[in-house]
Design a protein around this ligand. Sequence first.
Ligand code: HSE
Length: 307
Amino acid sequence: MDQITVFSPASVANVGCGYDTFGFAIEGIGDFITICKRSDDQLVIEQSKGAILPNNPKENVASIAVESYLKHINSNAGFSFTITKSFKPGSGLGSSASSAAGAVFGVNHLMGNPLSTRDLLPFVMEGEAFASKSYHADNVAPALMGGFNVVRSYEPLDIFQVPTPNDLRVLIIFPDVEVKTSEAKALLPKTLSIPDARNQWANVAGVISALYSSDYNLLKKSVSDVIAEPVRKKLIPGYEEVKRMMCEHGSVGFNISGSGPSMFSFFRNEQEMESVKPKVQALYQKLGHELMLHTSKINHHGSIIIS
Ligand code: HSE
């Protein structure tokens, strides 16, 4: 086999209280990556569609991640990549993680799967680190493996997955402004007070317990954030209005997706989720911003082979 096409999903990181720790994959948006084996040892970004991405393989997260993977398995194989994105970089939906995860997943397959999918994580993180100037796995893990992931430790890397209720739905709200993860990270406080830390870790326990027990009341209360949301929400036009609308329309958990500007809102009831969409559309029309709304269930597959 010399050619493969992979789909690697978008993802929601942080999920309120789980900064750099929680992340889940969504369905329907992500990267399609076609990878061809080359007869030389080059990594080539053949084409990018749907977004302008760096052609230089030393600056593209997909080839950077693949290079570190090939070095690890001691291979000098070469590959060409065509990356088609269905969402934009800088949207807070794990764009660089989708590209890096899909590329490494596909190349591992073309190489005969010498590593398990989970063992690909450190190489995918190399791509993410280049893009956001920080090693974080909360988008990378769901883009690769799907599901709701908890990064229990970075050194050593230790990630576990948590089951999610079958009827849990998520509405993604993406107002078209760009927020760079590196800049959003720089806004965060350097220290935390004990009362803030106490709130945050109590809510982390609340989210995990709620997901196990399908307790939507607890989920709604626990999806909150005293660390990143207060400083990052200022970068997101209409944030407080959207939050209020979600609360009034039955959302069971709302916050910033990753470093924003996308927001996510959990719903149990599909009608309630549908009923809020026109209101959000009207708000952003008034604010003069393009808007993408996307509804999804939790994606449990992560990166998959399409053909
Ligand atoms: N956990 C990261 C952050 C996600 O909040 O900066 C970035 O996509």
